[in-house]
Design a protein around this ligand. Structure first.
Ligand code: DC
Length: 253
């Protein structure tokens, strides 16, 4: 994987590898590294673009296109929660168990993000369950921040504009109707040969939305200053163009 995907290391080091995310966590909110000077040409504050929204709304596609157009790294933060959920399942644990889930979040390795079983109904449900646990979110927070601070980035997720980078220069909130999202996800899954019905996919999305919106810590919601895109009818090219206009307007002249 290269620039523009989930793997690049934020600090030129191991990312999630080596000592795991723990290594990157500041003890008691203290930063382990003093802030390095910004890379040449990137100014004092790196360009952070937050793309949030519910599952299957098109935020991943939009984030990838923005990152490619702007030459920025992209981080699909959902992969972090998916990989934690998978690790819990591997050990026969319950993704709703805070002790087990936090332990796996702290033990996460970069290579976990390359697993090929991070998508599909079991991984979806496990990721949403571990994502509701405050200790899991805390364990993953600093990795996301370091990733973005290193060179700027486009990050997509649920709480990028509200929690991870409340100071992001551009915040987008991408939505679509449940029916439209279910159809997209169903096409994607059946295209991969999975035997799922549209009704099942819609029920799973509804349950995941309820959990992601209803949790107490970092719930899914648009930041007050986010620009909202409804992709139910807006196609991805139109959403991309509108997002790029917004980014250009926020770039220093
Ligand atoms: O974006 P996704 O569908 O791959 O995310 C999987 C789950 O991870 C999602 O149901 C909620 C959680 N998540 C989160 O809580 N915060 C994020 N920034 C990204 C994902």
């Amino acid at each position: 994987m290269g620039r523009g995907q989930a793997k690049p290391s934020p600090a030129g080091g191991g990312g999630l590898g080596g000592g795991g995310v723990d290594r990157l966590l500041p003890p008691h909110g203290h930063h382990p590294h003093s802030d390095p000077p910004p890379p040449a040409g990137e100014g004092a504050s790196p360009l952070i673009i937050a793309v949030d929204g519910p599952a299957a709304a098109g935020k991943g596609t939009l984030a990838r296109r923005l990152a490619a157009a702007l030459g920025l790294p992209h981080l699909d933060t959902g992969l972090l929660y998916r990989a934690v959920g998978r690790r819990v399942l591997d050990r026969g644990g319950d993704p709703r168990d805070p002790v087990a889930a936090e332990a796996e979040a702290r033990a996460l390795r970069r290579e976990d993000l390359d697993r090929t079983d991070l998508r599909g109904p079991a991984a979806d449900a496990a990721s949403s369950a571990v994502a509701a646990i405050p200790g899991v979110r805390a364990a993953l927070l600093e990795f996301q921040r370091e990733f973005g601070r290193a060179h700027g980035a486009v990050l997509d997720g649920r709480d990028i504009g509200t929690v991870v980078f409340p100071e992001a220069r551009v915040k987008l909130f991408v939505t679509a109707s449940l029916a439209a999202r279910a159809k997209r996800r169903w096409r994607e899954l059946t295209g991969k040969g999975l035997a799922v019905t549209l009704a099942q996919v819609e029920a799973d999305l509804r349950a995941r939305d309820a959990q992601d919106v209803g949790r107490a810590t970092a719930p899914l919601r648009p930041a007050a200053d986010a620009l909202q895109f409804d992709t139910t009818t807006l196609d991805i090219d139109a959403a991309f163009e509108a997002a790029m206009d917004l980014v250009r307007a926020r770039l220093p002249r």
